[in-house]
Ligand binder design. Structure first.
Ligand code: C2E
Ligand code: CA
Ligand code: CA
Length: 531
């Protein structure tokens, strides 16, 4: 049983390793096929080079002899034929012919009796006649190929140079005319030659073992078709071993990282659930500062949670988990209770001071939460007007239900602040139907201040909108003095929140308005140039 459980735990690694090996085998096979294709192309290129040279050389020889102007087969003509024959390495004799009778040749001189040429095996579209393996026509017992035009014929050996005639194992080729009707020669083992389909080239996506490539010359009527029987990667022990090893390591590593991530996620899910149910949430507070005079007029309570190793988990991670697991209400209650306990002294000492608490949509519509909040506030004697409930604009709950619930909370005396304002669907029409006390401009827009972007223009718009609706403006994410100056200029009653005034800290580290805050007032008269 234990063994089975351990095996299941390592299953992702095992599956990853196996998948990795399969993928690497496939990649290895593709790579091998591409390398083989490359070699096959090089082989065909080589053949084409040879064939083109031979054809051009023979054709030129035919032309030279045809148009030499000499009296056929007199001594001077035979001498001229010899010169032509000597110049080319591709054929070994050149002869004059009349009515299929060979009259003389460079090697044999004048014939007596004159041998007869059989009818040509093929005639190309340029009118060149071709004969295949003529035996003993010039020299007894010798096989030649012949190519004729007008009254001239050249004879070439029917065998190829060694490197082309005996290609590597698995290679075979056929050189033919472009209509494939006349074959000049074949090379390679008979069984490999049988696999050749003239004019065929393997498609790119095809990674089968039979590689085919064919090519025709642009200048002469010659095509070469070749095949290579590629070996499978599984038959190459070193290639196979390398592919399997890389595949297993990479796939296994991916499986392991997936497993660790899964484990971490499960552990965060678990930690979140535990914290919600048995109180593992602690709070930090971030100052809310009135830009006009730099006074801290409140704090936002932000939830914090550590994982089992004591490392902080971002609220952006555990809040959605809590929502998904249906325990966000428990967390909100912890936050509200702790925040009111830790901040009620400040709230009682200063009627302008308010405590901001983030609510999830389910909290807003949960009447038991309303009751809980009423009781907690009453028992700690914190006036409801000094408690602000932040509701994100992106809440997806039924809008009517949400609006009614917000109204109830507001009627009860709480302040309602719309969080992350600008990132959701709110428009002026919708906003005017909501009874809220403040809009919190999302830090995405604050960051755009001073840039020439749409986001920066939105800040101005929101300020105007807020003025129209007589609601307060809170600017999130103020990090630079210039941003605060700009906000102060366009929205004189705005409240600021951000690292400029202080990061979120535990209750006992929270100071009153610090020196940075006073700077705001001093800078009030100094135009920052952002306006
Ligand atoms: P939020 O409500 O918009 O909170 C403001 C976030 O901006 C906080 O991140 C804060 O640390 C960060 N912040 C403040 N000033 C600056 C600044 O100048 N620059 C930058 N770059 N960031 C700044 P935090 O604490 O990580 O919270 C993230 C989000 O998690 C919160 O966004 C809120 O949506 C959610 N959250 C936090 N605590 C609670 C909670 O108790 N209940 C609920 N429902 N959600 C919470
Ligand atoms: Ca908030
Ligand atoms: Ca926010």
């Amino acid at each position: 049983m234990q063994m089975l459980r351990r095996l299941t735990r390592w299953l992702p690694v095992l599956i990853g390793a196996m998948a990795g090996m399969l993928v690497m085998l496939l990649i290895g096979q593709i790579a091998q096929t591409r390398i083989d294709d490359f070699r096959l192309r090089a082989y065909v290129q080589d053949i084409m080079g040879f064939m083109s040279d031979a054809s051009v050389s023979s054709r030129n020889a035919l032309h030279d002899a045809m148009y030499s102007g000499a009296v056929p087969c007199n001594d001077a003509d035979i001498l001229a034929l010899r010169r032509v024959a000597m110049r080319s390495p591709y054929f070994h004799d050149i002869a004059r012919v009349h009515d299929s009778q060979l009259l003389c040749s460079a090697v044999a001189g004048r014939f007596d009796p004159a041998p007869t040429l059989p009818p040509a095996d093929h005639e190309t579209r340029n009118g060149v006649k071709l004969w295949h393996t003529l035996t003993g026509i010039v020299t007894p017992g010798v096989q030649v190929n012949a190519m004729g035009m007008g009254d001239v014929v050249v004879f070439s050996p029917p065998v190829l140079p060694e490197r082309l005639a005996t290609p590597g194992p698995g290679f075979a080729s056929v050189a033919s005319t472009s209509d494939m009707r006349f074959v000049f020669w074949r090379a390679g083992l008979a069984q490999d030659q049988q696999r050749i389909t003239l004019g065929q080239t393997s498609r790119w996506l095809d990674i089968g073992p039979l590689r085919q490539f064919s090519r025709c010359s642009n200048s002469v009527d010659v095509c070469a078709s070749a095949v290579y029987t590629s070996s499978r990667i599984v038959t190459n022990p070193w290639g196979l071993l390398l592919a399997l090893a890389i595949g297993a390591v990479a796939g296994g590593a991916m499986g392991q990282s997936w497993r660790l991530r899964q484990r971490y996620r499960t552990s965060i899910d678990w930690v979140t659930q535990q914290a919600a149910e048995s109180g593992g949430i602690h709070l930090v507070y971030q100052p809310l500062v009135r830009l006009r005079d730099g006074k801290m007029i409140g704090v936002e309570a932000l939830a914090r949670l550590n994982d089992s190793a004591g490392n902080p988990i971002s609220p952006d991670m555990f809040i959605p988990i809590a929502e998904r697991r249906g325990v966000i209400g428990l967390i909100t209650r912890q936050v509200a209770r702790q925040a009111l306990i830790e901040m009620h002294g400040r709230a009682l000492a200063d009627p302008e001071f308010h405590i901001s608490i983030n609510l999830a949509a389910v909290d807003v519509v949960d009447s038991t939460f309303h009751t809980f909040l009423n009781h907690t506030a009453a028992s700690l004697r914190v006036p409801r007007a000094q408690i602000a409930l932040e509701v994100t604009e992106r809440s997806t709950d039924n809008m009517t239900r949400l609006r009614e619930a917000l109204d109830r909370l507001r009627v009860d005396g709480y302040q309602i602040h719309i969080d992350d304002f600008g990132t959701g669907f709110s428009n002026l029409a919708y906003l005017s139907t909501l009874n809220v006390d403040a809009l919190k401009i999302d830090r995405m827009f604050t960051q755009a201040i001073g840039t020439d972007t749409v986001s920066s223009a939105i800040v101005d718009q929101i300020c105007k909108m807020a003025e129209l609706l007589s609601v307060e403006v809170i600017v999130e994410g103020l990090e630079r003095q210039a941003q605060a100056d700009y906000m102060l200029a366009i929205c004189p009653d705005a409240i600021g929140q951000g690292w400029l005034f202080g990061k979120a800290v535990p209750a006992d580290e929270l100071e009153d308005s610090g020196p940075r805050i006073r700077q705001i007032t001093e800078n009030n008269d100094n135009d920052s140039g952002l306006k």
